[in-house]
Design a protein around this ligand. Sequence first.
Ligand code: SER
Length: 326
Amino acid sequence: MTKEMKKILVTGAVGQIGSELTMELRKRYGAENVIATGRKTQPSEELRNSGPFHFIDVNKIETVEEMIQKYDIDTVYHMAAILSAVGEKNPQLCWDVNMNGTINILELGLKYEMTRVIIPSSIAVFGSGIPLDNTPQETVLKPTTMYGVTKVCGELLCDYYVKRFGLDIRGLRYPGIISYETLPGGGTTDYAVAIYYEAVDKGKYTCFVREDTKLPMMYMPDAIEGTIQLAEADFSKLKHHSDFNHAAMSFTAGELAASIKKYIPDFEVSYEPDYRQEIADSWPNSIDDSAAREEWGWKPQWDLDAMTKDMLEHLQERKEKGTLYR
Ligand code: SER
């Protein structure tokens, strides 16, 4: 029997995924039962006013433990992480936040006999030696970024805690996530979000990867749905735990631009690859998520053109209100 989640702590709740995940969890489990936390960025008014919010530092275990005790937490969604591009600028910080933060959450999970711990991974676990198309669930994991190294170690650590201590941990390898609520912070796939903002704002965009760069991507509603679906899945049916490939669509930067041009015909894109090109080149073009489909029923809803239409409508509305970048 899968135990009920009653009091949920979200770390990284001010981040791109955390902010929308928190709002959805509050809808489903009750606002007062979802404790949002961040490290220093101020939360939006919506996030702060819709339920409990606190500043913590996942690297300072006592600040996390205080939350667990105060709210009698039984479930953690550990979304706090340093992403790939920032990680390459500051590898030690990336290691510190991603590894020490993760082991702190796992240790507290054991100490407080948590019902569930959700710790996401990323397509960044992949690197040299993989088949680039439809990269399988099980393949060599040799990332070439510090972010990828921490995500591979994180997956292994989580699986170790499942096997050794019986802790219920789940995680998925997110592709690039596209959304209009909160901007991503320092990832390689950020161009796929920035391009929409700039299309609406200026009608042109300079992309930091080549036109033919193809990566797995997903619209935020699918990412949130998939994350919660995995968290609620029957544990006894899971053969994998912390490393599910999680896919929706794959497209090149050029195909993304062409999709936007269907709605904004004058949109102009130029390409000036920087250091992030090498990171993008080390990741798959597309990934095989059949384990997620078989073990917990994953099925994405959004494709490129439907996402483009929705993104542009929301951003256009915000531009008209003068709150495009908030
Ligand atoms: N979006 C992330 C990044 O680009 C990948 O998990 O770093």
